[in-house]
Design a protein around this ligand. Structure first.
Ligand code: NAP
Length: 276
């Protein structure tokens, strides 16, 4: 079992430096895959209403016998934006998961044309005060959107989960996060197993450290100060992905990997891309 180190969020919570993505992990196989990850040392799980797998995540958590060591994330969908809708949506998530608390609750997409993310955020704050939710954060928020949340409510998100991989390193946004005490979380950290993993610069670093290109990418995330949430259904690949804390990339290696930058891979610009 791997021990994944933690950092402290701006609300005082210990937060793993790496977690498990669960998109497409569903059904009995999904529960088994999530259970394997927990057994292998993963403590942060990333779900969402729109992944339709909150029940599977909850089942694996309840089976684990270590519920209080786990940070269970779920995300509020666009169609539930609004104060009352958010309170009701959280209750629905808890019921599907069969849990008494959401550990990290994120607004999945800002959907700026709907213009309800500030009201949604106020409800998140209320849910945290009630103890229904431990940590609150957002996903796919820009610097301007984060600034608006903070200015209008006085409460800074603990986390912003965004597209981040060597093809899209998000340097400016990460700098803003670090100035405001927001933890960056990387979605699609492996760029969904695109040609990224065959980049020569990764092969070189992998050979230098005796690890795999995938491990180089995930270590790059952690050294940038972001928590990657690689998804794998396979226990061996889950183990490979979590075992990245026994080596350190040089500054030159980190810079060379960041130089792979080419932009967003799927056109999901939060100013224009909206999900319900
Ligand atoms: P990803 O984690 O970058 O890549 C997952 C793909 O890589 C899967 O096909 C997986 O296949 C493969 N893989 C994993 N480990 C590997 C390894 N060691 N060697 C070779 N291939 C490997 O992509 P993602 O699932 O899109 O992103 C991760 C998580 O981020 C999601 O699951 C979800 O929780 C979250 N997410 C959030 C948002 C958002 O808007 N907030 C958007 C997208 C994703 P196997 O399963 O077969 O190993």
């Amino acid at each position: 079992m791997v021990t994944i180190p933690t950092v402290t969020l701006n609300d005082g919570t210990d937060f793993p430096e790496l977690g498990l993505g669960t998109y497409n992990l569903r059904g009995a196989e999904g529960v088994d895959a999530i259970t394997a990850a927990i057994t292998g040392g993963y403590r942060l799980l990333d779900s969402a209403v729109n992944y339709t797998n909150e029940a599977e995540v909850g089942e694996a958590v309840r089976r684990s016998g270590i519920r209080d060591e786990l940070i269970v994330t779920t995300k509020l969908p666009g169609r539930h934006h609004g104060y009352d809708e958010t309170i009701a949506s959280a209750a629905g998530s808890l019921e599907r998961m069969g849990l008494e608390r959401i550990d990290l609750y994120l607004i999945h997409w800002p959907n700026p044309s709907v213009d309800k993310y500030v009201d949604t955020w106020r409800a998140m704050i209320e849910l945290r005060e009630r103890g229904t939710v431990r940590s609150i954060g957002v996903s796919n928020f820009t610097e301007a959107m984060l600034t608006r949340l903070i200015d209008e409510t006085g409460i800074t998100p603990a986390v912003n989960q965004v597209e981040l991989h060597p093809y899209f390193p998000q340097a400016a946004l990460r700098e803003f996060h670090s100035a405001r005490g927001i933890r960056t979380e990387s979605w699609s950290p492996l760029a969904r197993r695109s040609e990224l993993l065959t980049e020569p610069v990764l092969a070189e670093a992998a050979a230098a450290h005796g690890v795999t290109p995938t491990q180089v990418v995930l270590r790059w995330h952690t050294q940038l100060g972001s928590t990657p949430i690689p998804k794998s259904a396979d226990p061996d690949r889950q183990r490979e992905n979590a075992d990245v804390f026994g080596f350190t990339l040089t500054d030159a290696e980190v810079a060379a990997i960041s130089a792979l930058e080419r932009g967003r891979l799927w056109g999901a610009d939060p100013e224009t891309h909206e999900e319900m």
